[in-house]
Design a protein. Structure first.
Length: 365
């Protein structure tokens, strides 16, 4: 994984108009975009077009990036948006426009991964199992593969999918389960000798992975004690992909699919890198700088106007005059006359009937 400080420096310099920084930034991230798009589209001929469109969008929108430290996650999100836009365009296109399309057997990304990275054993089994996944699972696989390999982080993956980290973890777990089922299919089909029931089931199969045949073979694996038995030395996929390198960018993509992104000296560097890749040394075509990108150098970002909030002025509190209490003089009224206290009630000493001195004596008993 590239150094965060270096990426931040490239982004800041490219936004300031440095063409060499823009070349280094795009050249360093071209293999990442190629691996994401290539694995998500399974090596479809549109891979080059989607990669080119992604890089063009990055150059044109670089000035809109708020935080240079989040360039990688921003780049991955743009690539995923272009992949989904392409899928929506194919769904809206008439069926007659898609009849002439045929998948190139040599462009199978799983085969390219096995060939160019020299995968063997269970790593090769994992790469071949990706052919049995659906299109939606392959998009998530393209990101999760790079996360396990160390090229992406989980926040980058979650931001590219537009999900929370908890929801992303659930989707990744489901993907692992489907990938293990696909590995079982690959292992059963590659067994020598093959199970007799499985051989009869796949007699009319043309050899192309698909959802229908995946369900049929998986149903057979659940009921067959020989094919459904897991190998004792099976290693989880995430452990097999740790530290795995990226698939090198092909020379055709560096030289022809991105003609506007290569300058004079960059084209020579791309040719040399492509020749090295063709000899099987495993080096990538990332030495090609992506200079002539979009004609003129990117403009400097215009400082945005900061809208300051207006000061809140306290409104005067209007208080109503208190209502006068009963018996209390209001404004302009004379105070009430002082009242004399009422006379005390006569007690027993002032009463002629109750006074003890005037009581008649009681007769003796």
């Amino acid at each position: 994984m590239l150094d965060e400080r270096r990426i931040r420096g490239w982004v800041e310099a490219a936004r300031a108009g440095d063409r060499q920084a823009l070349d280094d930034l795009l050249a360093a991230h071209l293999p990442l975009v190629y691996n994401i798009v290539g694995r998500a589209l399974d090596g479809h001929p549109d891979v080059d077009d989607v990669v080119q469109d992604t890089m063009l969008r990055v150059v044109r929108s670089l000035a809109e990036l708020r935080d240079p430290a989040g360039f990688r996650s921003w780049l991955v999100a743009i690539a995923m948006h272009r992949i989904r836009d392409r899928a929506r365009a194919r769904q809206a296109a008439p069926a007659s426009a898609l009849d002439g399309e045929h998948a190139d057997p040599g462009a199978d990304f799983a085969g390219l991964t096995v060939l160019r990275l020299g995968l063997e054993g269970q790593r090769r089994e994992v790469a071949e199992a990706t052919r049995w996944l659906d299109a939606g699972d392959r998009e998530l696989l393209a990101l999760w593969w790079l996360e396990v390999a160390g090229s992406l982080t989980r926040p980058d993956l979650a931001k590219a999918l537009g999900l929370t980290r908890q929801h992303t973890a659930v989707r990744v777990q489901r993907l692992k389960e489907r990938l293990e089922v696909a590995r079982s299919l690959v292992r059963a089909l590659a067994a020598e000798p093959r199970c007799s029931e499985l051989a009869g089931l796949t007699e009319g199969w043309d050899g192309r992975p698909g959802s229908v045949w995946r369900k049929r073979i998986a149903r057979h694996l659940r009921g067959c004690p020989r094919c459904g038995e897991a190998a004792p030395d099976t290693v989880p996929a995430e452990r097999l992909l740790v530290g795995l390198a990226l698939v090198p960018v092909p020379a055709a993509l560096a030289l022809h699919a991105l003609p506007g992104l290569l300058g004079g000296g960059a084209a020579h560097a791309a040719t040399a890198a492509a020749a090295t890749t063709a000899t099987g040394t495993g080096s990538t075509a990332t030495g090609a700088t992506v200079s002539g990108a979009m004609g003129p150098a990117p403009r400097r970002p215009v400082p945005r106007r900061v809208l300051r909030p207006r000061p809140v002025r306290p409104r005067p509190v209007r208080r109503r005059p208190a209502r006068p209490r009963a018996g209390w003089p209001g404004p302009g009224r004379p105070p009430p006359a002082s009242r004399t206290p009422p006379p005390l009630r006569a007690g027993p000493a002032s009463c002629s009937r109750c006074s003890p001195s005037r009581r008649s004596p009681r007769p003796p008993v």
